[in-house]
Design a protein around this ligand. Structure first.
Ligand code: NAP
Length: 302
């Protein structure tokens, strides 16, 4: 089946609603991949973007309940704010402190965070596979302490890495980040550092993750680290950039030139979406179609 026939979604009187809420929402790529999967499966659903202002969040999700919406994704700025409005929140979402996927149950809205699963998927597919890798001896260095960094820290804890070092530019925000994990019983040693400390931390970083927007379109000539800094990473280091456009980023190009394993953000985007769609549809979903639809949409080769 060609991608063009896959993106046709037939709306009927029984079509069930899925969607994504955020503000702004126009540049969300989620409708592209979800509707491609829905069309391929031939199920009677449609996935739409909904701009929702912070002050309208409560009424928006009450409205979704009233019209029988099956589920929805949640993006900036509602990922934290939606938590008190849900009747159930999964342990992983509680630990991350953010919800990105919501579905309707008899009790009301339930929420979880599939970003962690999305972040982990490409790491688990690396060769040698995760089962053979001894993550317990590894150190992860995370650039940035925003929303995505929270999913990365929780993911590193699930992998069983020995320690996670988070780099940020505001001492206050670094301390707040550290404090926010105090009650989560995170099974990993977590520390926070400023950017000046970065050169001294690189030689121990087996996994280096960029969660800042440095290098994201349109500032494609920027990289959070120079080639000389990347060269300080230990042999076999994995360099992971959560940015998916451009693809690859300058950061990942430099990392590849230095012989590192490079992972871009597209697979995380695909896998967090696939995990959510699986919850809503209660069936396995065509991950390849979701990936291919995004690659085509972004003008990347298949
Ligand atoms: P966010 O909450 O706004 O966090 C951004 C972080 O980057 C903050 O810690 C911010 O620090 C830091 N930062 C921004 N500009 C910086 C600079 N010039 N120098 C140093 N630090 C800087 O955003 P987010 O939701 O975590 O998203 C971050 C990135 O991840 C974006 O590029 C986004 O597209 C990507 N992402 C990808 C996926 C995926 O599925 N692949 C999922 C989520 C996010 P300050 O607070 O000090 O400014």
């Amino acid at each position: 089946m060609s991608i063009n026939s896959m993106v046709e979604v037939m709306i009927t009187g029984k079509t069930k609603l899925l969607g994504v809420i955020g503000n702004p929402i126009e540049h969300s790529l989620s409708p592209v991949m979800h509707n491609a999967a829905i069309a391929t499966l031939g199920v009677d659903y449609v996935y739409l973007p909904f701009p929702v202002k912070p002050e309208d969040l409560q009424v928006a999700i009450a409205g979704f309940a009233a019209i029988g919406t099956i589920g929805f994704n949640v993006t900036i700025p509602h990922k934290q704010a939606i938590i008190p409005l849900l009747s159930e929140v999964s342990p992983i979402a509680r630990s991350v402190g953010a919800v990105n996927s919501v579905w309707r149950t008899d009790k009301g809205w339930s929420g979880t965070n599939t970003d962690v699963e999305g972040f982990l998927a490409p790491l688990l597919n690396l060769s040698p596979s995760s089962q053979e890798r001894d993550w317990s001896q590894t150190t992860a260095l995370v650039l940035g302490y925003g929303g995505a960094a929270r999913a990365v820290v929780a993911g590193c804890a699930q992998l069983g890495v020995q320690q996670v070092k988070v780099i940020g530019r505001s001492p206050q925000k670094l301390n707040d980040f550290l404090d926010s994990w105090l009650n989560s019983r995170l099974p990993v040693r977590l520390s926070v550092h400023n950017w000046q400390e970065l050169p001294n931390l690189l030689s121990e970083a087996n996994l280096l993750v960029n969660t800042t927007p440095i290098g994201m379109y349109p500032r494609v000539e920027e990289s959070p680290l120079s080639a000389d800094e990347i060269a300080k990473l230990p042999k076999g280091a994995i360099v992971y950039d959560l940015i998916y456009t451009p693809n690859p980023t300058l950061f990942l190009k430099l990392a590849k030139q230095q012989g590192a394993d490079a992972i871009d953000g597209l697979e995380m985007l695909v896998q967090q979406g696939a995990a959510a769609l699986q919850i809503w549809l209660q069936q396995s979903v065509p991950v390849d179609v979701m990936r291919q639809s995004l690659r085509r949409h972004l003008g990347l080769s298949d």
